[in-house]
Design a protein around this ligand. Structure first.
Ligand code: FPP
Length: 233
């Protein structure tokens, strides 16, 4: 069986642009075009949930012009893709800490979530200002508030409790995490949720990642033997 939830670290946009003698943002624009194709291919491949890493809590360390360019790309992407996403049955959600984002961007994010809330064909989750450690810290803060308010007994906290406070609370755990561009790192993506995920690190740069290659990666997943710490069934 193919994976139901695929998470993707879309790496390699900068190098893709550099190889062409173009600015890094040119690569991010090419990467954004790929997002559409990959999302549209999901129903045909049986992928119900797609989660993509667009901007990490560490990405603020990039130059001011790259950060600003990415933020305006997100705004333009949301505005430009909203109607197609709604019509195509895609439910969009955003994860990450919104506090540091431009209010104009968070407003567009809220609107897109609302206007696609009835959709159920594909669940697209976009991680913006997301970090796994930051998410766990924010979740713990909310959990501690519930304890302080007497709504939660510390004795009742177990591995089922904490994920109810994560940004991903309504999503299943990813079955497969794909990282493009040859880097074999997790980079703070879905730390809690990927405890039993399969990983695929592939050399292709994100702007070159086609639905055809996606289907090959998904087929390899189908051949894997997942045991979740147990023994073969
Ligand atoms: C990593 O490549 C990519 C990013 C930090 C940005 C990802 C953003 C997009 C693909 C834009 C579109 C997304 C949406 C949701 C509209 P890199 O810059 O680290 O590349 P490098 O490792 O070659 O430098």
């Amino acid at each position: 069986m193919g994976p139901r939830h695929v998470a993707v670290i879309m790496d390699g946009n900068g190098r893709w642009a550099q190889m062409r003698g173009r600015p890094r943002l040119f690569g991010h624009h090419a990467g954004a075009k790929r997002v559409r194709e990959i999302v549209e291919s999901c129903p045909g491949f049986g992928v119900k949930y797609l989660t993509i890493f667009a901007f990490s809590t560490e990405n603020w360390k990039r130059t001011q012009s790259e950060v600003a360019g990415l933020m305006s790309l997100f705004k333009r992407y949301i505005t430009g893709e909203a109607e197609a996403l709604r019509k195509n049955g895609v439910r969009v959600r955003f994860i990450g800490d919104r506090v540091r984002l431009d209010p104009k961007l968070t407003q567009l994010m809220d609107e897109l979530e609302q206007m696609t809330a009835e959709n159920d064909l594909v669940h697209l989750t976009v991680a913006i200002n997301y970090g796994g450690r930051d998410e766990v810290a924010r979740a713990t803060k909310r959990l501690a508030r519930d304890v302080a308010a007497g709504k939660l007994d510390p004795e009742d906290i177990d591995v089922e409790t904490l994920p109810r406070y994560l940004d991903t609370r309504v999503l299943p755990d990813p079955d497969l995490v794909i990282r493009t561009s040859g880097e074999a790192r997790v980079s703070n993506f879905l730390l809690w949720q990927s405890a039993y995920s399969e990983y695929e690190f592939i050399d292709t740069l994100w702007p070159d990642f086609t639905p055809e290659e996606f289907s090959k990666v998904l087929a390899r997943f189908g051949k894997r033997d997942r045991r979740f710490g147990g023994v073969k069934a």
